[in-house]
Ligand binder design. Sequence first.
Ligand SMILES: CC(C)(COP(=O)(O)OP(=O)(O)OC[C@H]1O[C@@H](n2cnc3c(N)ncnc32)[C@H](O)[C@@H]1OP(=O)(O)O)[C@@H](O)C(=O)NCCC(=O)NCCS
Length: 288
Amino acid sequence: MLSLVAPWLSAEIAYPSVWAELDGGEPALVAAAERIGMRPGSRLREAIWRDGRRFDQLGYELLHPGWIERMGDPGVGIETEGKPVAVPRSPAPRIWPVGDGPIPANAMAVGPRLALRPFEIDDAPAIARASREEPEMSFNARGRRPLSPLSVEAWIARQGEQTPPGAINLAVVLRESGELIGEVNLVEIDWIARTAETAAWIYQPRHRGGGLGTEMKHLLLDYAFDRLGFHQVRSYVYDINPRSAAAVRKQGYRDAGRQWWISVKGASFVGWNVFDLLADEWRAARSG
Ligand SMILES: CC(C)(COP(=O)(O)OP(=O)(O)OC[C@H]1O[C@@H](n2cnc3c(N)ncnc32)[C@H](O)[C@@H]1OP(=O)(O)O)[C@@H](O)C(=O)NCCC(=O)NCCS
C-alpha cells in the first residue's frame, strides 16, 4: 500500500512532501519506504505498544524531486537527532506544590508561580481576546486565526464529553491572583501506548520569556507521567519558533528529528523539529 500511495501522492497529486509514520518493529515496511525513495525524518522512541512490547515510531518522508531541484535538498531529518538529555537545565521540582501561598480554586497541579485547573466557560472572552491581539506568527505558520468567544465557549463545553478523552486541555493561572495566563495541552492521546503530544500557549507576550512556560510544562508533565501513567510524550515546533524549541530542550525533551516542508509561510516552506521525552528520563532528572 505504501509503495502505491506515497509515489501517487508525490508524483501525481504533487504534494511537496509526503509523510508516513511507520512501526520501527516492521522491517519490511521500512524497507518498502526506502525502496520508493522515502528518507528517515524522525524517530519517536518507544511510541508504539504492540504484542506486549514497545517499538520506536519512525517518520519517513518523500520530498518532490521538482521542489528539491528548485529549493535545494534540505537533507535528511533524522541526522539532527540528539542524544537523550541526561541533565536538563530546568528539571522539574521534586515536590508539588512548591512554596507557600494561595492555591487557586479547582487547582489540579500547583507550582511556585502557577497552577493548572480545568477551563471554565467564563474563560472564553479572555482566550478569544488573546487570539485577536496575538502579535506573533511564529507558532501559526499559516497566520493568526481570531477566535470568537462563542466558539471558545463551545470548545470549553465539549471538554470532558468523551471518555476517555482524546485530548486534555488545562488552563494555566497565576497562583497569586488566579489570573488566567495560558493553557497546556495533551493532544492525540493514545491510551494504549500511553503517549501524547504536548503543547503550550502563554496568551500575552508580557508573560513570555520569563520561565513560566517551563514551569507550566513541568506541571503538565507531572500530571501526564505521574498521575496518568504516560510513558512518553512528543512535541512539534515550527523552525520559525526558536524560543519554543529552546524552552522544550531546557525542559529535557530530546531532538528526535525534523519534518521538512509541512507548511508555507510567505513564499517559503517551513518545517518543524520533532522532540520526545520518556517518563523515566523526566523522573531521573527530577530526582537528580
Ligand atoms: C513557547 C512558550 C510556551 C515558552 O514559554 P516561555 O515562558 O516563553 O519559555 P521560557 O522562558 O521557559 O524559555 C524560553 C527560552 O527561549 C529562549 N529564547 C527566547 N527567544 C529566543 C529566540 N528568538 N531564539 C532562541 N532562544 C530564544 C530564552 O532565552 C529561554 O531560554 P533560557 O531560559 O535558556 O534563557 C511561550 O513563549 C509561548 O506561549 N509562546 C507563544 C506560543 C507558542 O509558541 N507555543 C508553542 C508552540 S510549539
